[in-house]
Design a protein around this ligand. Sequence first.
Ligand SMILES: C[S@@+](CC[C@H](N)C(=O)[O-])C[C@H]1O[C@@H](n2cnc3c(N)ncnc32)[C@H](O)[C@@H]1O
Length: 390
Amino acid sequence: MGQFELLLTPAGQKVLAEAVELVRGGADPVQAATALRRGYGADLVSAALTQAGLRRRAVVKFGADAEVMYFTPQGLEQATRVEVAEHRARRLVDRWGAGSVADACCGIGGDLVALARAGCAVDAVDVDPVTAAVARANVAALGLRASVRVADAGELDPGAYDVWFADPARRTSNRRTFDPNAYTPAWPVLMEMVGRSRAACLKVAPGIPYEFIPDGTEAEWVSFRGEVKEASLWLGDKSQEVRRKATLLPIRETLEASGVEPEVGTIGRYLYDPDGAAVRAHLVAEVAQIITGRLIDPQIAYITSDSPARSPWVSGYEVEEVMPFSLKRLRAALRDRHVGSVTIKKRGSAVDVERLRRDLRLHGDNTRVVLLTRLGNRPIAILATELPTP
Ligand SMILES: C[S@@+](CC[C@H](N)C(=O)[O-])C[C@H]1O[C@@H](n2cnc3c(N)ncnc32)[C@H](O)[C@@H]1O
């Protein structure tokens, strides 16, 4: 029996409950291990303490469910957070009904759990035996029904399900990979399986290059509290063009490409940074329309306006000064204002932000935002203060 399976035995459950209490109480890891070792074997104690620590870390992603779920360090890192998984499951059911769904790379079950809760009959596989065992334990711990097996995604027949879903592994040596050919399973394999499916949904990294997105796909970029998390590709409809959407979670606001032509004009009193999901989905003109703003440059995703706008689609700044970019000039402007701390943002600028921060040698009690960007090929710096978030 593997270390993880030991935890599912009656003795394992007991030691896990004690480990959770110790971790919750902030016990020192060595003391906790010593205390538990008085009643249980070393392997079990180590598995229980690891699991208790993972449950604690998992609360940010899984909320109260984390208290009863199981994780592996990598499985937790790669899992879809609950709000995003629920959003996808809801979309899937709205679109194709709550039928049979293959989860071809289920991990510890973030998406699997959401799909099962949404009423889908899920058949899940993961190539890694421990990860699959953890996913199976999660289905049971949450009182759900789904089949979870150890298998390679390629062993499933995509055409046998109403929907074939895959969230391929996207990290190599601890770095997120944006090249779909480096996913596992690799992109050509995934596309071949999509081709044999009745309908398919793929979770991909938000930085997926557009040329990889097949015709007829609906691509939806999703951000959670202002941070872009992923894109979902919905494949299986017969239309020709790629349809682009962006969604803000947890507020569940979605914007679709409308084809509106962006207005471009001089930088006004306010500057807006659109949510990353809208930027990735190339919906900056649509966001500009919502806040009655204009782009500062056709190639740059900053919006400007002369009156303040409040929208969940943007972070806003009040502009104090716009200057051609030069270290000397920026340093002088910040010195004059006694600025000791700056938030530096950049779009279309090659400046090394950390080096600039050091070179600015700031002193003072005030704070400012510096936005580095360009108009045409002229680099500029915009000195601004942050507007309160809506
Ligand atoms: C990004 S994770 C899935 C996370 C999952 N959606 C969740 O929310 O918990 C990708 C998983 O794919 C699995 N995997 C990689 N290649 C696979 C293959 N060829 N067949 C099945 N699973 C595979 C990995 O073991 C990993 O657990």
